[in-house]
Design a protein around this ligand. Structure first.
Ligand code: ATP
Ligand code: MG
Length: 113
């Protein structure tokens, strides 16, 4: 199992969510976040804020997927998040040790199906 953590522009959330559902990856957690990448927000204008302290609003989409679904999940995010511009976002991928569905106590990959 892998945890996919995608930090993207808020305007891309709906399309990514729809794409994931269509790809049969419906389980996700979405968190509003603020962040800075390489440009520290320089390329996207914010009035009245010291440039080096700019944190732009982004959304973090978290999906825990089977190894089998990993590339599909990444493709959906890339296809829907990319404008080819700075600030399009970033994807981090982690190994997941275990998952437990509380209702059934099911563990492992069965818990994320
Ligand atoms: N190394 C990192 N660690 C933690 N969060 C990061 C990291 N890189 C990017 N982020 C998060 O991802 C968001 C989007 O990053 P962004 O797309 O600007 O990356 P970038 O490396 O600057 O690439 P680009 O040059 O295409 O803009 C940031 O606002 C921040 O929240
Ligand atoms: Mg950037």
């Amino acid at each position: 199992m892998k945890k996919v953590e995608a930090i993207v522009k808020p305007s891309k959330l709906k399309a990514i969510q729809k794409g994931l559902i269509d790809a049969n990856i419906p389980c996700m957690t979405v968190v509003p976040v603020r962040g800075a990448g390489l440009q520290q927000g320089y390329s996207e204008i914010y009035r009245g804020t010291e440039k080096s302290l700019i944190l732009l609003p982004k959304v973090m989409i978290i999906c825990v997927v089977s190894d089998e679904n990993l590339e599909k999940c990444i493709d959906v995010i890339l296809d829907n998040a990319s404008e080819g511009n700075t600030g399009d976002g970033k994807i981090f991928i982690y190994d997941v040790q275990d998952a437990i569905r509380i209702r059934t106590r099911t563990r492992g990959v069965e818990a994320i199906k």
